[in-house]
Design a protein around this ligand. Structure first.
Ligand SMILES: Nc1ncnc2c1ncn2[C@@H]1O[C@H](COP(=O)(O)OP(=O)(O)O[C@H]2O[C@H](CO)[C@@H](O)[C@H](O)[C@H]2O)[C@@H](O)[C@H]1O
Length: 656
């Protein structure tokens, strides 16, 4: 297939009926123009401007007005002139007869034709934007760009309870920087606190749709903000407006989370079709990045509700698993609420093992949304290679290991990147003193500032250990709790920041009273404090039971804070265990990894780290510097993501 470079923008004007209603089982028809078409609505007419073309000769005669409701008019004299000289080669239509692409050639001879054929261009087809770069002498490299739609329950800074928010807040911008068109669809949460102002820059795009689910038609609206090259789309519905955090409040998880995230998924499937962002829709040839169970209905909807009617034939979905422990499991009877055809029950069907049932008459039947995503997504990603393997094992599979093993061929792990602008010790707005690998003096000052802020004795020489994270079984908080009495006998200080399980919140408050000179437990979610702890501590402890990737150890290394972590998942992949004998005796590694997950092995690793900190200053500084110099940028991770995008598009859709 030949790929082309376009140097001229063509525009033509289409009038079209743009009213849209979310489809129930007969999808509404829509115009899904190919990836680089631009659309805007003026005076009730749809203006289309395309910046890409396909190669060949021909004329405007390719457009057959009689066969669809669209008509093309010339816009003004200049454009008339362009159109006279330019060429329209024809139209692509979907099975419903809707126009999904125009084949145009610009008027002047400004098209360059690349006869280079590569695998991606061969398989991608002409709907993808393809840029060429000329490098070296004769080398020609093609670059495929995609219309990417992230679907996620969190995206920082708009919404965040943990690492999912970090990833979906930063990766989209990096992919946009690589030339992709990127939309992020997430809920518009309002909880009556100052956090609501995060959404102040997003405006109602005046496209209300009715989602057929939960026994009726639920009306949702879309808000939009274009920032950092990304279309941030927020699904608005009263169920996203309530006190508490994103998923629950002090009484526990919200009882209607299945409803709320069903709305998100239906709305996310409609967004590329109905939202004229920047004047033109994404169209149906897009790549959905479906994050965790909250977004898990998206690939099921593509397969069951859209593709049978010819919509999203060329779309692909990639399920990104950030945490397999949360699967969106609800009673089987709730299936009827999800807005899926009955015959798709099997995709979500889930039967609890006998031992997990509540009573003798309990059949254990349930629906499992993440399972539905695993069996319908085109590809599956997790956030580290180690975790990609772990979830195929009985120990790490949370009951889905066999299913995931059966899809091993499309399962990959890519270690998360971090936002190196937000997490930069030389410019971080949340810390009082700045530093870098070349000049670490600011770090010592951050430590004393933190001790002062927390009301701990200011002791520069005393090892300061930190923990930041959700107070959850996953994070191994119970292990810290057991170890604290012993650890507090040592000459150390310990600070914890976290919220979650009230049991551990209460324990942190109590421990602070017991060990007044050594322990601080900050209960709550506080981003500036998390930066100050990361900068001010000497050691960051992460005894996670399992950890798909983990971000805090990456932030810690970047800030010269040495991680001590349980050797699991992404922690094992990213923290290189210190080896004092390697590197001709100068040592190698960026921290300590311990295993098994016991109080004893954790304390042993911590004590080795403390001893190194106290007695081997130069070795310690070398450890800090090696961590600070590691590349955890999203730019590196994005290259791997692009590879997976390419693979996703090479294969036909998994469910056709
Ligand atoms: N009380 C608090 N105050 C301020 N900030 C707080 C905080 N508690 C947590 N955070 C912040 O939330 C983020 C947590 O990220 P993690 O990757 O460690 O965990 P999480 O388990 O949420 O994410 C899941 O998804 C991510 C992303 O893929 C995976 O890395 C991870 O392994 C997986 O469990 C960090 O930015 C951290 O600083």
């Amino acid at each position: 297939m030949e790929s082309l470079q376009v140097t001229r923008l063509m525009s033509c004007k289409l009038s079209a009926n743009i009213s849209h209603k979310a489809c129930s089982f007969i999808p509404s028809r829509q115009l899904g123009f190919s990836s680089l078409s631009r659309r805007s609505f003026q005076n009730g007419k749809l203006t289309v401007a395309r910046s890409d073309i396909t190669e060949n000769g021909g004329g405007f005669g390719g457009l057959d007005d009689s066969s669809n409701s669209n008509s093309i008019e010339e816009e003004d004299d200049d454009e008339e002139e362009e159109e006279k000289n330019g060429l329209m080669l024809g139209l692509d239509r979907d099975d419903c007869g809707s126009v999904i692409a125009l084949h145009l050639i610009p008027p002047s001879g400004e098209v360059t034709i690349d006869s280079h054929q590569d695998e991606a261009a061969d398989t991608k087809g002409e709907d993808e934007g393809i840029e060429e770069e000329k490098g070296g002498e004769e080398e020609i490299r093609s670059r495929v760009t995609y219309n990417i739609v992230f679907v996620t329950a969190e995206a920082a800074p708009y919404s965040k309870t943990g690492g999912l928010g970090d990833v979906c807040g930063s990766l989209p911008g990096v992919l946009a920087g690589c030339g992709h068109r990127v939309m992020v669809v997430s809920p518009r949460y309002l909880n009556g606190t100052s956090a609501d102002k995060n959404f102040a820059g997003a405006y109602d795009v005046d496209r209300h749709i009715k989602v057929p689910c939960f026994g009726g038609e639920q009306e949702v609206a879309f808000f939009h903000e274009y920032k950092k090259g990304v279309d941030w789309v927020f699904v608005d519905h009263p169920s996203f407006h309530r006190p508490g955090n994103l998923y629950g409040d002090s009484h526990g998880a919200f009882g209607d989370n299945q409803f709320r995230f069903t709305l998100l998924c239906h709305a996310a499937c409609e967004a590329p079709l109905v939202l004229p962002l920047g004047g033109y829709t994404y169209g149906e040839k897009c790549l959905f990045l479906v994050n965790d169970w909250h977004a898990g209905l998206v690939p099921v909807l593509l397969a069951s509700k859209y593709r049978p009617f010819g919509i999203y034939k060329y779309a692909r979905s990639i399920l990104v698993i950030h945490n397999l422990a949360h699967q969106g499991v609800e009673p089987a009877a709730s299936f009827k609420n999800l807005g899926l055809p009955w015959e798709w029950y099997g995709a979500l069907e889930w039967v609890f093992p006998t031992w997990a049932r509540t009573h003798a008459l309990d059949t254990g039947e349930a629906v499992n949304i993440l399972k539905g995503a695993i069996v319908t997504a085109d590809r599956i990603l997790t956030v580290s290679k180690g975790y990609a393997w772990e979830i195929t094992t009985v120990e790490g599979g949370h009951g889905l290991n066999e299913l995931l093993s059966s899809r091993r061929i499309v399962l990959n792990g890519i270690v998360n990147g971090i936002d190196v602008t937000e997490w930069d010790s030389s410019s971080d707005e949340h810390i009082s003193f700045h530093y870098s690998a070349d000049d670490l003096s600011g770090k010592a000052r951050c430590k004393t500032a933190l001790q002062q802020e927390l009301g701990l004795p200011i002791r520069p020489e005393c090892p300061l250990i930190g923990f930041i994270g959700r107070l959850d079984y996953q994070k191994g908080i119970d292990l810290i709790r057991w170890a604290i009495p012993e650890l507090m006998e040592d000459n150390v200080q310990f600070v914890m920041l976290g919220s979650g399980d009230p049991l551990y919140e209460d324990w942190m408050r109590a421990a602070e009273k017991t060990y007044r000179d050594k322990f601080r437990g900050w209960v709550g979610f506080n981003v500036p404090i998390s930066h100050r702890i990361t900068a001010g501590c000497d050691i960051l402890l992460m005894p996670s039971r399992f950890e798909p990737c983990g971000l805090n150890q990456l932030y810690a290394m970047r800030y010269g804070t040495v991680p001590v972590v349980h050797a699991t998942g992404g922690l094992r992949d990213t923290v290189e265990n210190f080896n004092p004998y390697a590197g001709d005796g100068s040592g190698e590694g960026t921290g300590w990894t311990f295993s098994p997950l016991t109080k004893e092995s954790m304390l042993e690793a911590l004590r080795t780290a403390i001893m190194t900190y106290r007695d081997h200053k130069s070795t310690w500084e070398a450890l800090m510097r090696r961590g600070m110099q590691r590349d955890f940028t999203w730019e590196t991770a994005a290259i791997h993501y692009e590879q997976v995008f390419e693979w996703a598009c090479i294969d036909p859709p998994y469910i056709t």
